[in-house]
Design a protein around this ligand. Structure first.
Ligand SMILES: NC(=O)c1ccc[n+]([C@@H]2O[C@H](COP(=O)([O-])OP(=O)(O)OC[C@H]3O[C@@H](n4cnc5c(N)ncnc54)[C@H](OP(=O)(O)O)[C@@H]3O)[C@@H](O)[C@H]2O)c1
Length: 321
C-alpha cells in the first residue's frame, strides 16, 4: 500500500483553502500540490486516515489568523499513516512504520500549512507514536488530539485514583476520552457526565456512573459536588458551581471563571506511548460516530457533519480505503 522513498511522487492530492471562510465555501480539492519534504527531525507520511476536530473549522474561519501560518492551508491535525521517508536526525522511526499523532505541537501557534487531509504530510518525530497494533488506521486517526487533550486536562487538575469527576460534554470527541481515561487510567471513584437524552446509554457504556441529561437537569443543582469538573463545552460559569471546595475545574473552551484554569493542548507523542497499554488491551477504545467515516472525496461533507456540533465521538476521513 505504501510508497517507498524511491517511488515517491512529487505532486499529490490535498484539500486546501486559499482564503478564510466557511468550509462549504473555501475548501477545494487540489490535484497538484507539491509533496512536502521532511526536515531533519521530521518524517514524511503517506496518510491513510485523518481525524478532524473543531479547531480545523475554527481555524478555517480565520478565528486565529494572527498566529496562523500563511495561506494556502491544508487542514487536518490528526493523522495515521505509514512512514515513507525520514529526516537525517530521526531516530525512533524507519520507512514502513505505521504511526499516528497530532502533527501540530502548538494547536494555535503557527500550525503547519501542510495538514493531514492530503496524500502525504510531514511531521516531527516527537509528535508521533507507533500505531497500536489492534487499531485500524481510521481508529488510530480518531485519537491523537482528543486523547492528548483529555490526558493533559486530567493531569492539570491533578486527577488521581479515588477522585470523583463531572465531565461536561461527555459524548464529544474529547469527552468520550475524558470518561474512559478517568475510569481506566486514573481509577476515578465516580464519573458523572452530561449529554442529551439519546446519548445517556453511550455515557454509561464508556464508564460513566451518573449520566446527566442536560436537556432536563441542571448539573449545578445536584446536591453532590465533585473533586474535579472537566468542561469540554464552554460552561465554565456553571462548572465552578459543581466543584467541591478546594477541587479543580479545567475548561478547554470559552470564557474562564476562577478558580477554573484553561490550556491549549501541546501535542506530544510521549502521551500516546504512555497510553498505548490501555489502547492495546482495549480498556480505552476509539469512539467514532456511527456515521462519522467519510471518504477523501467527501471531506466537505465530513466538515459539514462535524460543524453540526452534535457528533458522537469522532469524524474521520479515510484517505486510503
Ligand atoms: N483547549 C484545547 O486544547 C482543546 C482541545 C480539544 C478541543 N477543544 C475544544 O473543546 C470543544 C469540544 O471539542 P470536541 O472535539 O469534543 O467537540 P465535538 O466532538 O464536536 O463535541 C460534540 C459533542 O458536544 C456535545 N454537546 C454539545 N452541547 C452540549 C451541552 N450543552 N452539554 C453537553 N454536551 C454537549 C454534543 O452532544 P449532544 O448532541 O448530546 O448535545 C456532541 O456529542 C470544542 O470547542 C473544541 O474546539 C479545545
Amino acid at each position: 500500500m505504501a510508497s517507498s522513498a524511491a517511488t515517491l511522487p512529487s505532486k499529490m492530492k490535498a484539500w486546501t483553502y486559499l482564503e478564510y471562510g466557511k468550509s462549504s465555501d473555501v475548501l477545494k480539492l487540489q490535484f497538484d500540490v507539491v509533496v512536502p519534504q521532511p526536515r531533519d527531525d521530521q518524517v514524511l507520511l503517506q496518510v491513510v486516515a485523518a481525524g478532524i476536530n473543531p479547531i480545523d473549522f475554527k481555524r478555517m474561519l480565520g478565528m486565529f489568523k494572527n498566529t496562523d501560518s500563511p495561506l494556502p492551508i491544508i487542514p487536518g491535525y490528526d493523522v495515521a499513516g505509514v512512514v515513507v521517508k525520514v529526516g537525517s536526525q530521526v531516530k525512533k522511526f524507519k520507512e514502513g512504520d505505521q504511526v499516528y499523532g497530532d502533527i501540530n505541537e502548538k494547536a494555535m501557534d503557527h500550525p503547519t500549512q501542510f495538514g493531514t487531509i492530503a496524500q502525504y504530510t510531514v511531521v516531527a518525530e516527537k509528535l508521533l507514536a507507533l500505531k497500536p497494533k489492534n487499531l485500524s488506521f481510521v481508529e488510530a486517526a480518531s485519537l491523537p488530539l482528543v486523547i492528548e487533550t483529555a490526558y493533559e486536562g486530567l493531569e492539570r487538575c491533578h486527577f488521581s485514583a479515588g477522585k470523583s469527576i463531572l465531565v461536561l460534554g461527555g459524548a464529544g470527541g474529547v469527552g468520550t476520552m475524558i470518561i474512559q481515561l478517568a475510569k481506566q487510567v486514573y481509577g476515578a471513584s465516580k464519573i458523572a457526565a452530561t449529554a442529551s437524552t439519546g446519548k445517556l446509554d453511550l455515557l454509561k457504556s464508556l464508564g460513566a456512573d451518573l449520566p446527566i441529561d442536560y436537556t432536563n437537569q441542571n448539573f449545578e443543582d445536584l446536591p453532590e459536588k465533585f473533586d474535579v469538573v472537566y468542561d469540554a463545552v464552554g460552561q465554565c460559569e456553571r462548572a465552578v458551581k459543581a466543584v467541591r471546595e478546594g477541587g479543580d475545574v479545567v475548561t478547554i473552551f470559552g470564557a474562564v471563571v476562577p478558580p477554573a484554569t484553561t490550556f491549549i493542548l501541546t501535542s506530544n507523542g510521549a502521551i500516546l506511548e504512555k497510553l498505548e497499554p490501555f489502547l492495546e488491551s482495549g480498556k480505552v477504545k476509539p469512539m467514532i460516530d456511527p456515521n462519522g467515516i467519510f471518504p477523501f472525496s467527501e471531506t466537505p461533507q465530513a466538515f459539514a457533519y462535524l460543524e453540526t456540533g452534535r457528533v458522537t465521538g469522532k469524524v474521520v476521513i479515510s484517505i486510503i480505503p
